[in-house]
Write a protein that binds this ligand. Structure first.
Ligand code: HEM
Length: 442
């Protein structure tokens, strides 16, 4: 297993690393589509390629629905949940967020409104080069703030800035971070501060709770806790409230903004794609009204580009670890229920050469048929199987990206031909390279 790589990452003066994936897919050339690696003392079954991932995550969805536990997070919320607790918290979150309009018109209005705030902020850059990370994170984060905290924040609001400062991709691994010295311990400290922030909001909500008129996810959770009072086996506790809220906050913020940040960089590298996007946006939406979800069905090129950005950026290359809910045979191998993590290497489906003509090339044609209509491809697995926020993410990506391109032309700071669109580092997440761009009003 000498080839096993945990992330890439280029240092100053060094050539960029090859596109390494956390478990280099080349391992499958030697060991096949299914093999075991040992992470410390934990055996993990790694699954590679579209067909095998489909077999496990879709055809045997129930059997592979357990959440792997090598992240060792105690009293988990949804993302690291398992069994009955996970089922109940997940169902509750879906129903509650839908009641606030997630995946529906209510959320669409919020996303459109947030897009307008984002555009106003982008005009303030006055065509000068800037790093888009902060503004994109604010926009994505505000959608989740509205769902879980019942309000959006101005981008300069100190409470919001403090909150944004706590977010880091590595949040998802707080328990690992706790033990790794150096900057990781700071990240773990940030995780605790975010939990504290949530705790304060919970105290505030409790004082003003109106059972007839819950304002946000936290209110709904508190009401559920009241209903479950007296049930010694309840899964709705202070602890699961805090963890679930932190899960939603993280999962819904960093994913969307990283995809947008990656996407804009790819468009800087491919101005011909940007030009076709402008053309379709001008033709279908025009310059004067804000984009809405109804437009999407008439914009196959935009749809294809967003899918291709998500495929190519591949921001969660290893997926999130699963485990089996019962002993199962897969391709003749026995995977026991207990003690085995299953790592679905989503990247091996997203880059599967049997499913994409030129997997290593950014090409929106991967999602277009010969008549220019949008073409689904089942090997597209950016959301894996159980992402709870998929509908919301799709809405945000479409409305934010089309709004930006409706108003601005992108201008690179560096020579377009040399823009490197491989990730800055590639591990549990693919992190886009830091860059600056200018937005020229159209
Ligand atoms: C571009 C955006 C996004 C991407 C690429 C993404 C990707 C993923 C992936 C790969 C998983 C693991 C699924 C599995 O275990 O099979 C996941 C789970 C999850 N995502 Fe997303 N996600 C995105 C946006 C969001 C948003 C906006 C939310 C918030 C509402 C969200 C909430 C969650 C939650 C709560 C889980 C855990 C679900 C569970 O274990 O039951 N995600 N996501």
């Amino acid at each position: 297993l000498g080839e096993l790589k945990f992330g890439g990452g280029s240092k100053a003066g060094m050539p960029p690393p090859p596109r390494t994936l956390s478990f280099s897919p080349q391992l499958s050339e030697t060991y096949g589509e299914i093999f075991t690696v040992h992470l410390g003392s934990r055996p993990c079954v790694v699954l590679c390629g579209y067909r095998l991932l489909k077999e496990a995550l879709i055809d045997h969805a129930e059997e592979f629905s357990g959440r792997g536990d090598f992240l060792d997070t105690p009293a988990p919320g949804i993302v690291y949940g398992n069994g009955e607790r996970w089922r109940q918290l997940r169902r509750f979150a879906i129903v509650t967020l839908k009641s606030f309009g997630m995946g529906k018109r209510g959320a669409e209005e919020r996303v459109r409104e947030e897009a307008q705030h984002l555009i106003q902020q982008l005009y303030q850059t006055h065509g000068q080069p800037f790093d888009p990370t902060f503004l994109l994170s604010c926009a994505g984060s505000n959608i989740i703030c509205w769902l879980v905290f019942g309000e959006r924040f101005e981008y300069g609001d100190e409470r919001f800035l403090a909150l944004m400062g706590l977010i880091n991709l590595l949040f998802i691994f707080p328990n690992i971070m706790r033990f790794v010295p150096g900057p990781h311990q700071r990240i773990y400290a940030n995780y605790l501060r975010l939990a504290e922030f949530v705790g304060e909001r919970v105290r505030r909500n409790r004082q003003t709770l109106d059972p007839q008129n819950p304002r946000d996810f936290i209110d709904c959770f508190l009401l559920k806790m009241q209903q479950e009072k007296g049930n010694p086996d309840t899964h709705f506790t202070e602890d699961t409230l805090s963890k679930t809220t932190v899960n939603l906050f993280f999962a819904g913020t960093e994913t969307v903004s990283s995809t947008l940040k990656y996407g804009l960089r790819i468009l800087l590298r491919h101005p011909e794609v940007e030009a076709r996007l402008h053309e379709e946006i001008d033709r279908v939406i025009g310059r004067h009204r804000s984009p809405c979800m109804e437009d999407r069905s008439r914009m196959p090129y935009v749809d294809a580009v967003i899918h291709e950005i998500q495929r190519f950026a591949d921001i969660v290359p290893m997926g999130v670890p699963h485990t089996t809910t019962r002993d199962i045979q897969l391709r003749g191998y026995a995977i026991p229920k207990v003690g085995m993590n299953v790592i679905p290497l989503l990247c091996t489906s997203q880059f599967d050469p049997s499913r994409f003509a030129n997997p290593q090339t950014f090409d929106p044609g991967h999602f277009l048929d010969e008549n220019g209509r949008f073409k689904r491809n089942d090997a597209f697995m950016a959301f894996s199987r159980v992402c709870l926020g998929e509908g919301l993410a799709v809405m945000e990506l479409f409305i934010f990206l089309t709004s930006i391109l409706q108003h601005f032309q992108l201008k690179a700071e560096e020579d377009q031909a040399t823009i490197d669109i491989t990730p800055e580092s590639s591990g549990l997440g693919n992190i886009p390279r830091p860059y600056r761009l200018s937005l020229i009003p159209r």
